[in-house]
Design a protein around this ligand. Structure first.
Ligand SMILES: *Cc1c(COP(=O)(O)O)cnc(C)c1O
Length: 388
């Protein structure tokens, strides 16, 4: 593996400093690094032109195979996927309605969402013209609350899975006070309401690529540039055939609200390649590598007095094994914030996580290449010792 200096040269020449990003797949810091095969597919796709409708049809077959859904498509990231989910549920394939969005006159336009699931990205449903109707309280939701919220105007029920960002800068972990997905599906389907799922950052574990469809969701989105390591500007949208047909009708290259979220043929081919790689990948080997990298970081700091460092993993909250550093009460060194700041100032810049449960520091090796774990371990130790 080339050095960070060599790998980042194209950015350094521009005056942009590369980052070792140890906080998982964060859009603001570039998501993930694409597999070389993905880049290769994009280069090949740049050598000629094709009919986008034909490409979308064939791409849909690949997405359907990988996700176990009836149908699928490549969209421009998960946020675009949310927009298309809402547009599909409101306008369907009706050309007049498609052209009218985000004006939803004479359409069902209410999207139900657990109050506890309101999040940064729900603007995307509203961008399509939907009105969000909150169900339940931040603490608890009862089935009757959902029953009561469904009306003749209900277009869909939006459901969020996985760790998600509830407040600016605060990662909220764990169970949320929402009804379980299968229960929402059962209630919604009894009333003819489709359930649209945001599973953007739920990969790994790889099983999640099929899980939510299996649980009865009508449409599901995943980001292409997170766990899948495809182009960051792509996403996977899969689900029931009529709804995917409607999503396609509301998407580029048509004159529709989704035209603003175009995916080019190179990105489509890149994402399909990433999806196929993911399907056949040795995910256990990935887990073993991440665990070893997290262990290396833990071992570098575990012996410091008043520090408790452990490797943690959890299917939902820490799907990628992480090195977590807790400060005990009698810790005399720098605060978690100071350590984070010191690592960000260094060369190269290293971004690690802080907080979540308490003041702990966490290192997520998802994006590590050879040598990164060692470098982060040394720099973290130095920063904790005030030497960084
Ligand atoms: C990352 C994320 C999105 C947005 O995904 P993009 O592909 O960056 O548009 C939406 N929802 C959730 C829960 C996410 O984690």
């Amino acid at each position: 593996m080339k050095s960070m200096q060599e790998r980042g040269a194209v950015f350094s020449r521009l005056g942009v400093q590369p980052i070792i990003h140890a906080m998982g797949t964060t859009t603001r810091y570039g998501g993930t690094m694409m597999h070389p095969e993905v880049v290769q597919a994009m280069v090949e796709a740049s050598h000629c032109l094709v009919d986008l409708d034909e490409l979308n049809r064939k791409a849909g077959e690949v997405v359907a195979r990988a996700t176990g859904a009836e149908a699928g498509m490549v969209c421009a990231g998960s946020t675009a996927g949310l927009l298309l989910q809402a547009a599909a549920c409101m306008a369907g394939t009706d050309p007049a309605r498609i052209r009218r969005l985000p004006d939803t006159t004479a359409m069902k336009n209410e999207v139900l969402i657990h109050k506890a699931h309101r999040f940064h990205y729900d603007q995307a449903y509203r961008a399509a013209g939907a009105q969000l109707i909150e169900v339940g309280s931040p603490k608890a939701t009862e089935p009757w609350m959902l029953e009561e919220a469904i009306t003749g105007k209900t277009a869909a029920f939006a459901y969020i899975v996985g760790p998600w960002y509830a407040h600016e800068g605060t990662v909220m972990y764990g169970a949320h006070p929402a009804l379980p997905l299968p229960q929402v599906v059962e209630i919604a389907h009894r009333r003819g309401v489709p359930v649209i799922v945001d599973a953007a950052s739920t990969l790994p574990p790889a099983d999640n690529l099929q899980k939510f469809t299996r649980l009865g969701a009508d449409m599901v989105i995943y980001s292409g540039g997170k766990g899948l390591r495809g182009p960051q500007s792509t996403g996977v949208l899969c689900g029931r055939q009529p709804l995917i047909a409607a999503a396609l009708a509301n998407a580029s290259p048509n004159f529709a609200i989704g035209r603003a979220a175009k995916v080019c043929k190179e990105e489509i081919m890149g994402l399909l390649t990433a999806l196929e790689l993911y399907r056949t990948r040795d995910h256990e080997a990935d887990m073993r590598r991440w665990r070893a990298q997290a262990r290396l970081v833990v071992d570098a700091v575990a012996a410091l007095p008043s520090i408790r460092a452990v490797v943690e993993e959890h299917e939902v909250n820490r799907p990628v094994p992480e090195a977590v550093v807790y400060f005990e009460k009698d810790w005399k060194g720098p605060s978690g914030k100071d350590v984070v700041a010191a690592l960000r100032r260094g060369e190269p810049r290293i971004y690690i996580g802080q907080g979540g449960y308490a003041d702990e520091l966490w290192v997520n090796p998802h994006n590590f290449v050879d040598g990164d774990a060692q470098l982060v371990a040394e720099r973290l130790r130095a920063a904790l010792l005030h030497q960084g």
